[in-house]
Design a protein around this ligand. Sequence first.
Ligand code: SF4
Length: 378
Amino acid sequence: MSETYSSLCILPWLHVYVGVSGSLQSCCIPQIPQKKLSETTPSEFLHHPSMHSIRRQMLKGQWPEQCLPCKKSEELGLASFRLGSNQLFKEEFDSPRRNPSEYFVTLRSVDLRFSNTCNLKCRSCNGFSSSAWRDEHNLIYPDFPVDSKVLNLDIDLLEKYESLNQCISDSDLSGLKEISFAGGEPLLIEAQYKFLERLIQMGRTDIILSYTTNLSRLNYKHWNVLELWQQFENENLHLSLDGVGEKGEYIRQGLDWERWLANVQKVRQLLTHVRRDIHFVVSVFNILDLAFHTSEIIRLNIICSDENGNYPIGFTCLDWPPYLDIQVLPSDLKTEAKNRLYEYIETSRPCSSLKKALHGIIQYMGREERCADLGASF
Ligand code: SF4
């Protein structure tokens, strides 16, 4: 690829993120939204001046301000949402490279966040992202309170649309290649099930379904998600898991490890076409035994390697709240964590993508010494 376009991401040409508040963005990476779903449709939003500006910068090889998290991850050798999206839409990605224009846009993908309803209270989360967190959130962040436990897509929308699952029009839906669902926990959100039923009724079972899920529940009300997924051709499950066994249960409070493993087994046995990957948030809670958790994931066959022998394990180095960031650890613990990861790399010879990611995590940890500023609050 030409160096001019080294920051190019396909998403601003074809994707819109719809947040729980009804905010519209170029993707799920936090940014200041310019419009709400109550004011415009996702396909119209692709033509908003803010989206033109993002595309123009990318065509000049610049990184838009809101895309710096992807740049940061890539500089560390970690996977980024940009690289994953460019791979998923590799056919479409060719188009702005061959015919660079900020104007040729088509809605092909939406990310729908219907609600923050969630059954887990992960230690690094907050009340905007999990309904289970509201009370603790308002104690820790009194200046940014969440008003109600469950946040649903903007109430104005219900005046505009018959129901939440109508917020994407039939004509937009007919052009879509992918829909992403996240939450909260999408498998506990009624609107998500109604959306799937609508897709089945429309005969759009060819659409790619992507879920970011804790996979702790496969049934909700009268729905069984496996029965619905069986009717679709193409699904990606991004499984959030920050540790195995008791450690995983400690970090993601409410997780039942044995039940989670049983749910993964059911998916493996009943839905062989579903692709699974694992995502870890790296924090002070798991850095010291990260090698153990990743090797267990592989040993238990929770995920499968690709044709190059690489396992789909992604990592994000947490930077909020700052007191859980691995950069805050005192130097002796950083050394211990680093030595353990190096030992794992040398003795277990992990696949090349995992090796690269672990080196990136070590690099991130050593980049700043924040113990003096924040160690006391940990
Ligand atoms: S580069 Fe990253 S932040 Fe920017 S639009 Fe793409 S995925 Fe989102």
